[in-house]
Design a binder for this molecule. Structure first.
Ligand SMILES: CCCCCCCC(=O)SCCNC(=O)CCNC(=O)[C@H](O)C(C)(C)COP(=O)(O)OP(=O)(O)OC[C@H]1O[C@@H](n2cnc3c(N)ncnc32)[C@H](O)[C@@H]1OP(=O)(O)O
Length: 166
């Protein structure tokens, strides 16, 4: 952990990608998300579900789809504000998503007032909607991660493995 965890902000990787903390060391999105085109507050992504994320035979695990929406819905706003967290995420699964087939995702900023962002996206294959996602984002408070670390440090592990505030 860096000395000031709140100094962290998502910046373009060496190859120009916007990546989460887990993917940044690889300089590649492990979910298979790539920006195809970006203009103002609308971003188009090309996304391929790795086979390792399949749930049913040949189709994506719903958790992969939700993670993709969390990612793309953040990226569309991260281009404007590099310090964001997701407050809520709603996904509608309309059709199975095939693995190892490119699908398109169009994400947009619907509303931005102060710290509050509303964003939405649609995942399609050949023009047919497979899933939709909608999220509320928040610009991070200046001490978001420090507050979290302080709170976590106050939690003590009891002998039965449960946590209690000390
Ligand atoms: C390119 C790759 C992109 C990848 C991006 C991925 C994006 C993500 O998934 S982020 C990870 C998932 N999201 C999170 O972890 C967010 C967790 N939630 C929160 O931190 C808060 O609920 C938060 C900030 C959303 C609340 O925002 P908001 O609704 O504006 O309310 P706010 O007034 O700030 O705070 C509400 C309460 O939460 C508390 N709170 C807020 N932030 C924190 C914090 N960091 N630590 C502890 N408590 C906090 C506040 O004190 C307040 O408590 P109370 O109701 O008792 O007064």
């Amino acid at each position: 952990m860096s000395e000031d965890p709140d100094a962290s902000a998502i910046a373009p990787s060496p190859s120009g990608r916007l990546l989460c903390g887990g993917c940044a060391p690889h300089d590649a999105c492990r979910l298979g998300v790539e920006i195809a085109d970006a203009r103002d507050d609308v971003v188009r992504f090309e996304v391929v579900c790795p086979r390792s994320w399949h749930g049913g035979p040949g189709v994506a695990h719903g958790g992969w789809t939700a993670a993709v929406f969390d990612d793309v819905l953040s990226v569309v706003a991260l281009r404007v504000e590099p310090r964001l967290v997701t407050k809520s995420l709603a996904v509608s699964y309309l059709r199975p998503v095939p693995v190892e087939r490119p699908v398109q995702v169009l994400a947009r900023i619907d509303r931005h007032v102060g710290r509050q962002w509303e964003v939405s996206a649609e995942m399609t294959l050949a023009g047919t909607a497979l899933a939709t996602g909608r999220a509320e984002l928040r610009t991070r408070h200046p001490h978001h991660f420090a507050r979290h670390e302080a709170w976590l440090a106050r939690q003590t592990l009891s002998p039965n493995g449960s946590h209690a505030e000390s």
